[in-house]
Structures are given as C-alpha cells and as structure tokens.
Design a protein around this ligand. Structure first.
Ligand SMILES: [Mg+2]
Length: 230
C-alpha cells in the first residue's frame, strides 16, 4: 500500500478515557442518593444537560463537572451543602490526574504504522486537556500533526484535509466514535476504520452509515493487517 494519511482519534482509541468519566458518574450517583431514579435515569437527565451545554462550552473534565453540578441542583432531594459541590468539583481533578493507559496494541503498532504512513492525531475537546494527554502519553512523537478541534463534524474534516492538503482518497479516519470519527469522515469523502470500544460514551454512539470506504478493526493491533499487510 502506498503512503496513506492516517487521522487517528485519541480518547478511547489510543488510550482509555471514558471509563474515568463513568467512575466519576458512579460516585455522583452515590452522592445524589436519589430515592426513585435509577442510575440510568440519572444518566438520561445528565445526557440532556450535556447535549445543551456541550454546544456552548465544549467537552472535557471541567465542563463535565459543571454539568454534574447542574444535574445535582436539578435532582437533589435534600438541602445541598457546600461539601456536596466540593466533592463534585474533586471529580475533575480525579479525571485529569489519571495516568494515560494505552489501549491494547497501540504501543507496538503505532511505530510500525508511522514507518510507512503519515500519522495525525485528530481529537476534539478542551485544548489544554487534550494536549496534556498527548504530552503525557509518550507516543506524541509518532505523529506528524496534532489537531485539536471543538467538534469533529463533516466541516471539520473538510477543513483539515484542505489545510493539510491531504488527498481524501488516501486519507483515513481511525476511531471508536460513530458520531465524531466515522460518519462525518465518510460524509466528507474520506475512508474510515471503525475500532469499537465497548465503553464508548453514550453521546458518541450512533448508527454507522454503510459505505464501501469503511472497514472495521477489532482492536488497534489489527491496523497492521489493514495498512501494512501483516
Ligand atoms: Mg474517541
């Protein structure tokens, strides 16, 4: 295969991310101690808040905590105490301090991909938070470009390939999110490899469109078979 441009998602593709948000959510439910709502129903209430707030504020641990605080105020059945909000605020710190745990296959496969193809990190979220994770991951040097955007929609993919002068026919988006990685990349005319992660954030899930430009990999290591033939 001739040299391809590989755009690679970061959170839950290169390293674990959503599990730390889920752990914070579990602690939030314990703090809330709602008398009737199940955790799934609390999650639905939080999702509604997140959908609205993400449009204005974007993503990341600090915004997540803001959403949790708003959710707590809406659902709490007793007089809120300042210590409740201090505990919620502490969840951001917990998420931001987590060590970067690479997904299986990443450490071995990334150098091999980089030897034959041009790699770009393409991630959305809070700029400082995402760049800090790339720096702490120890794998940033395998990438020619690191691109952090507010949203990965079709326009963002169009902008990226135009700015970096990539040929869409030899540019692939690789990631775990149907909503941010696969569907918008395909809509922008790129190729894509879907690498599912069983703990993908609910708001990133979406039905994947059918396309002959789409492949599915069972894990990051399978990218070697696709892009290196072994
Ligand atoms: Mg992801």
């Amino acid at each position: 295969m001739k040299r391809q441009h590989l755009l690679i998602d970061a959170d839950d593709t290169l390293w674990e991310n959503n599990i730390y948000f889920e752990q914070a959510f579990d602690r939030f439910c314990e703090l809330l101690q709602h008398s009737t709502l199940t955790p799934a129903e609390v999650r639905a209430a939080l999702d509604a808040i997140e959908i609205e707030n993400n449009k204005i504020h974007g993503y990341g641990a600090h915004n997540f905590v803001r959403n949790l605080r708003q959710c707590f105020e809406a659902l709490v059945e007793r007089d809120p105490h300042p210590t409740h909000f201090e505990e919620i605020a502490s969840y951001a710190h917990g998420i931001l301090q987590m060590p970067i745990e690479l997904m299986p296959g990443v450490a071995e496969t990334l150098p091999r991909l980089a030897a034959q193809h041009e790699l770009t990190v393409f991630t959305k979220g809070a700029h400082e938070e995402q760049s800090s994770k790339i720096a702490r991951s120890g794998i940033g040097h395998w990438f020619t470009h690191c691109e952090i955007v507010k949203e990965k929609n079709r326009d963002a993919y169009h902008d990226l390939v135009a700015r970096l002068r990539f040929d869409p026919g030899s540019t692939w988006m690789i990631g775990n999110s149907p909503k941010s990685d696969i569907n918008p990349a395909l809509a922008a005319g790129l190729r894509a490899v879907y690498v599912p992660h069983e703990r993908t954030w609910t708001l990133e899930r979406e039905e994947i469109v059918t396309s002959d430009r789409l492949l599915v990999a069972e894990g990051f290591g399978e990218l070697a078979r696709i892009f290196l033939g072994s």
